[in-house]
Design a protein around this ligand. Structure first.
Ligand SMILES: *[C@@H]1O[C@H](CO)[C@@H](O)[C@H](O)[C@H]1NC(C)=O
Ligand SMILES: *[C@@H]1O[C@H](CO)[C@@H](O)[C@H](O)[C@H]1NC(C)=O
Ligand SMILES: *[C@@H]1O[C@H](CO)[C@@H](O)[C@H](O)[C@H]1NC(C)=O
Ligand SMILES: *[C@@H]1O[C@H](CO)[C@@H](O)[C@H](O)[C@H]1NC(C)=O
Ligand SMILES: *[C@@H]1O[C@H](CO)[C@@H](O)[C@H](O)[C@H]1NC(C)=O
Ligand SMILES: *[C@@H]1O[C@H](CO)[C@@H](O)[C@H](O)[C@H]1NC(C)=O
Length: 658
């Protein structure tokens, strides 16, 4: 086992000119540990500054275990296992946890009854040495099983985080939890090219229970959700610098934390959650890299970090994003992930930056549909009706919008039409194409006064996102910034600026008009096109599908025209207005010729599946059942949905085998 020193970082938490000045007059310096980075058998680890508990360490024990800055790598086995069986247990642990490894097992704290102590009845811990390791009996301890660093002088054990490079640039800040229920920045940096270091805690510390269904689940959080102790940016540098850390975690993220989720970092959003394209629109922060295909495709927005990270990193389980006009569905589609725009209004968005409170929804990007259900249940609580443990009666009526009709048209068309056939067989129903524009023309309500759909809803979205965000975000931001900077205005990226500029041309009265049109459309759609079912086990009268991604290329090295205003109506806007759930299912991938690599590369194909409002649980159960039936394969992290290495990472990954 090799253990190497890394620079130790510690600093005075309240450092400023003022506190520096007072240091010279007052006697005591405030020295605070922010953690320590080490390598153990060439793997980078971070030692948390917050103790998990104190162990009884017999004098002079663990002498053969290596030490750095007074810390020794050890393993706690707080369960009934005897010395002879720990090797089997450790072999199992290495398969379920990427943090644990054999280098932690030279010194093992084992529940007292498992250690062959000379005096079983001793009230003190004893050490028993075997040829391969030292065992110390664990006395009256609450410390969870798993790897730790033991501070030899005090007996405190500190949790271990494995460190990973955020090579896709998905994160804006890496966080660790603090004992007061908040967070602080993780002070670790491993080698990487202009990328953050993210730490993940050992999975062994956490046990799933009914109360904690997300115990140990590693979660990325879009940088519009404020969490206690951390500043936020909304994708804007001036914002990050202007405002102090949040003093509480909003209810949405708190629900996930209460269910056991481990927040590992804040993730990139396009600015103020407006739709931006890589790379030119991303002026304040660089757009994350979509790891699929040639590695230079747009990751879509605005939950860009969420999508790129879940597509790239096996060590990250799930990310929470938000969808106002497609900000979860877009990244899910182009990165080949499950992703949900939920029914509107399932959980409070208090302490979350709004784009449009009328249309904003929080949802997930995830590879595993079982975790998806648990996460939804935790986030939306009683507003989510999980059907995971039921046998739904799936709607037999399937409608499609804009689906390819001929599988021979393209490789993506073949995947999509095959899926439609499979789905129809699976539910025992039939699929019928519908056209929203003509359906509306045929049965629109009288209040619409004959207005074609493309006109009726043409300006609804841009009005709501601009007028609501101007009032709730821009105005206070500009005011606060001017007050702090002698009347100056902060920098804002071209896209939000262009959109807000459109909003400024309109009177405030248009908001009521936009909400009226949205509501008229919603009521019509939820009655005429996608009504609920009377049968609770069916929930929705039908399923409505449209194409999410056909494996088209959208390279990030292309110069684009200037930003515009998102007018118009499209399939992706239906759920935005109707408030019905809209879930992206990854179906497969197609080979495309990359102009960058001059090679065939694979890009994802996916569909959006909608059900009646409130039937979110039905859609997730459908995803699970289609996986069970072998009709959908859950995507893997990597350069392809089948888990090939990300192209630019191949050499880095091979380093492990040199
Ligand atoms: C522990 O057990 C041994 C032998 O049974 C006995 O001699 C000794 O007094 C006991 N010690 C304590 C602390 O009870
Ligand atoms: C273990 O936890 C319980 C409940 O939190 C506490 O009462 C007890 O003192 C703890 N024991 C130790 C040894 O820390
Ligand atoms: C957070 O700070 C604000 C402003 O100072 C205060 O009004 C609010 O009560 C604080 N909330 C919590 C949970 O501490
Ligand atoms: C697709 O191609 C196959 C093989 O050439 C052919 O048999 C089939 O009829 C074609 N399908 C359609 C819808 O054109
Ligand atoms: C939508 O609104 C924009 C801006 O007013 C206008 O330029 C465009 O022609 C409209 N499109 C339709 C279909 O009405
Ligand atoms: C609402 O619909 C009317 C047609 O009935 C249309 O003239 C108007 O532009 C629409 N306004 C918005 C904001 O959607």
């Amino acid at each position: 086992m090799a253990i190497q020193k890394r620079p130790f970082s510690s600093r005075s938490a309240g450092f400023s000119f003022l506190s520096l000045a007072s240091t010279f007059s007052a006697a005591s310096a405030k020295l605070t540990a922010t953690g320590l980075t080490v390598t153990l058998n060439d793997v980078y680890y971070y030692i948390s500054p917050f103790s998990s508990g104190k162990l009884d360490v017999p004098c002079g024990s663990l002498s053969a275990v290596p030490k750095v800055f007074g810390f020794k790598p050890v393993t706690v086995v707080n369960q009934e296992v005897v010395q002879e069986d720990v090797s089997d247990l450790f072999a199992k642990w290495t398969t379920i946890d990427d943090v644990f490894q054999s280098a932690f097992t030279d010194g093992v704290f084992l529940a007292a009854s498992g250690v062959s102590c000379p005096y079983k009845n001793s009230t003190k811990a004893c050490e028993v040495k075997t040829p391969s390791r030292s065992f110390v009996s664990l006395k009256n301890s609450n410390v969870s099983s798993g790897p730790y660093f033991l501070e030899v002088s005090t007996g405190h054990v500190y949790p271990v985080y494995r460190l990973y490079e955020d090579f896709t640039g998905s994160f804006v800040e890496s966080v660790i939890p603090t004992p007061d229920g908040g967070f602080q920045t993780m002070s670790a940096q491993i080698p990487g090219s202009a990328s953050l270091t993210i730490g993940v805690p050992s999975r062994l510390y956490f046990t799933k229970t009914k109360e904690k269904p997300l115990a140990g689940v590693r979660l990325g959080v879009k940088d519009i959700y404020r969490i206690k102790g951390m500043k936020g940016s909304n994708g804007n540098r001036a914002w990050y610098n202007l405002y102090p850390p949040s003093n509480y975690t909003g209810p949405a993220i708190q629900n996930l934390i209460d269910a056991g989720a481990q927040v590992v970092g804040l993730q990139k959003t396009s600015q103020f959650a407006n739709g931006e394209s890589a790379t030119g629109d991303w002026v304040d922060y660089h757009a994350p890299f979509n790891p699929r295909g040639d590695g230079y495709q747009d990751p879509s927005s605005s939950s860009s970090g969420a999508g790129a990270s879940i597509a790239a990193y096996e060590w990250l389980d799930i990310a929470i994003g938000s969808d106002t006009g497609g900000s979860i569905r877009g990244p899910a589609g182009v990165q080949g992930l499950f992703g949900n725009r939920p029914s509107t209004g399932l959980v409070s968005l208090d302490n979350v930056m709004p784009l449009s409170p009328t249309l904003d929804t929080p949802g997930f990007l995830v590879r595993d549909p079982y975790l998806w259900d648990d996460a939804n249940a935790a986030l939306y609580r009683d507003n989510y009706k999980s059907m995971a443990k039921t046998k739904p009666k799936y709607p037999t009526k399937i409608n499609t919008i804009g689906f390819p009709t001929n599988p021979n048209q393209s490789a993506a068309a073949a995947i999509i039409t095959k899926f439609l056939g499979d789905l129809s067989n699976f539910v025992g129903g039939t699929a019928t194409p519908i056209n929203m524009v003509s359906a509306w023309a045929a049965s629109m309500p009288a209040e619409a006064e004959g207005s074609p759909l493309s006109q009726f809803l043409n300006t609804t979205y841009p009005i709501l996102i601009t007028k609501e965000q101007i009032a709730l975000v821009r105005e206070p931001f500009y005011r606060d910034y001017a007050a702090a900077h002698d009347g100056r205005r902060p920098f804002v990226n071209p896209v939000p600026l262009a959109r807000w500029g459109y909003g400024d041309t309109l009177p405030d009265s248009v908001v009521d008009d936009a909400i009226r049109n949205k509501t008229i459309f919603m009521d019509w759609f939820n009655k005429e096109i996608l009504p609920p079912s009377d049968d609770p086990s069916e929930c929705s009268s039908s399923l409505l599908l449209y194409v999410s991604s056909q494996g088209g290329q959208n390279p990030r090295n292309r110069y684009r025209s200037g930003p515009g205003v998102p007018f118009g109506f499209s399939s992706g806007r239906i759920s935005v207005y109707s408030e019905a759930p809209d879930h992206v299912f990854p179906l497969g991938q197609v080979s495309v010729r990359s102009a960058i690599t001059q090679h065939e590369e694979f890009l994802p194909v996916g569909v959006s599946v909608m059900a009646a409002k409130g039937c979110d649980g039905l859609l997730v159960k459908l995803a699970q059942d289609l996986v069970e039936a072998g009709l959908i394969t859950p995507p893997l992290a990597g350069g392809t949905i089948t888990g090939d290495p990300v192209i630019n990472r191949r050499m880095a990954e091979m380093r492990d085998y040199y």
